[in-house]
Ligand binder design. Structure first.
Ligand code: UDP
Length: 368
């Protein structure tokens, strides 16, 4: 008999949830991660007594009460509501696109006036079936918003013309004809009080963890330890890139501690013009309504992924999706490996979706 029932490769949310649920069912799990800490990209690092979202801002939101109750059973969430600002040259706009944004753009005060302007712009373009992100954005909000608030940000973020990006990315952003700056339309939203580590460490409580180890460097030894594998890393790497490399978008985070109590007055400020090299500045203390004497801010610079960088976002264009499907065909044939999470499923998942997918795979696997 092997030492463990499951080897969980990667301690992000998918790995944590699977390990927790398997352990709850009496299984023996070993979780490994190449980083020196658990939690994947939701990991928070304390600086100046502020929980710094080291790998990018994470704001939890879901419509699913089961998922909300699940995360709240490990840590209490606060009432944080994401209301990012967009800076474009010398102008300041509210996001997501709503009546405040429309007033700031055109001076209109009623939904009817705003709808009329947007509809006129949409009609003049004659786009029947949006085929890419640019066409999708133009046919949702018209040319003014596209030019100021979408094109520059999107092309920086993805390093590609908006005409070469999939339309679904922009559907993440709501368009509202109410004065409502809440970025998400979900029923439940918040930040774990005390940071995300409480969630991931709570999920992994009592479970064996080995940090700072690379699965690919000792693959055979690790596989000898357990009957089954939960793999949450890059699926193309799992198969030794045999069908080619998938592309990812990476990010460089420039963290800075400032000797000021409040730098930008909001947790998230987007910089929407193409000329500013970063996409946003995060001021972490505002996620938890912090009153610390200093502040920590993070500038986010998008970059193309190379093997020395972190793969943050899958690039779900046609070329990559075609390659991914070939890997997926191999993956479904594996009898003792489960693939899950943003990298293994090559999907632009949010946290609540990862948890939902992990719980679904758990019940599928254990048949309960
Ligand atoms: N986006 C934009 N302008 C903004 C914010 C977002 O055009 O001010 C677009 C951009 O293409 C981005 C997508 O909307 O990739 C999704 O944004 P979201 O904030 O959901 O991205 P994430 O926080 O996951 O990076």
């Amino acid at each position: 008999m092997k030492e463990y029932d499951y080897l969980v490769v990667g301690s992000g949310l998918f790995g944590c949830v699977f390990a927790h649920e398997a352990t709850k069912r009496g299984k023996r799990c070993l979780v490994i991660d190449k980083r020196p800490h658990v939690g994947g990209n939701v990991y928070c690092e304390k600086r100046e007594n502020i929980n710094v979202h080291k790998y990018g801002a994470h704001i939890f939101h879901t419509n699913d009460k089961t998922i909300w109750d699940y995360v709240n059973s490990f840590v209490e969430f606060n009432r944080y509501t994401n209301s990012p600002l967009a800076f474009y040259k010398n102008e300041v706009y509210n996001l997501p696109f709503n009546m405040n944004t429309f007033f700031q753009l055109w001076g209109v005060r009623t939904p009817a006036e705003a709808k009329e302007i947007i509809q006129k712009q949409i009609d003049s373009l004659h786009i029947e079936q949006p085929a890419n992100l640019e066409e999708q954005a133009l046919s949702l909000v018209g040319v003014d918003i596209y030019e100021k608030l979408i094109k520059g940000y999107t092309e920086k973020q993805w390093g590609r013309p908006a005409t070469e990006l999939p339309a679904f990315i922009i559907k993440r952003l709501p368009v509202r004809f109410t004065y409502d700056n809440n970025y998400f339309s979900d029923k439940y939203q918040g930040i774990p009080i005390g940071g995300y580590n409480k969630l991931t460490e709570g999920l992994l409580d009592g479970i064996a963890v080995r940090l700072g180890v690379d699965y690919f460097e000792e693959r055979e030894q690790f596989e000898a330890l357990a009957d089954q594998i939960i793999f949450t890393g890059k699926i193309d790497q799992y198969y030794d890139y045999k069908y080619g490399q998938l592309q990812y978008r990476s990010l460089r985070f420039e963290h800075q501690t400032l000797d000021t109590e409040n730098y930008q007055g909001n947790a998230v400020v987007n910089y929407n013009e193409a000329e500013v090299p970063y996409t946003r500045i995060i001021e972490h203390k505002h996620f938890e309504f912090g009153t610390q004497p200093k502040t920590v801010v993070t500038r986010e610079y998008p970059e193309e992924w190379t093997p020395d960088k972190e793969p943050y976002y899958p690039i779900n264009d046609q070329r990559n999706n075609t390659i991914f499907k070939r890997y997926q065909k191999l993956a479904v044939q594996e009898s003792n490996v489960i693939f899950g999470g943003r990298l293994a499923e090559y999907r632009y998942y949010d946290m609540h979706q990862i948890i939902g997918s992990a719980l679904a795979k758990v019940s599928d696997h254990f048949g309960d």
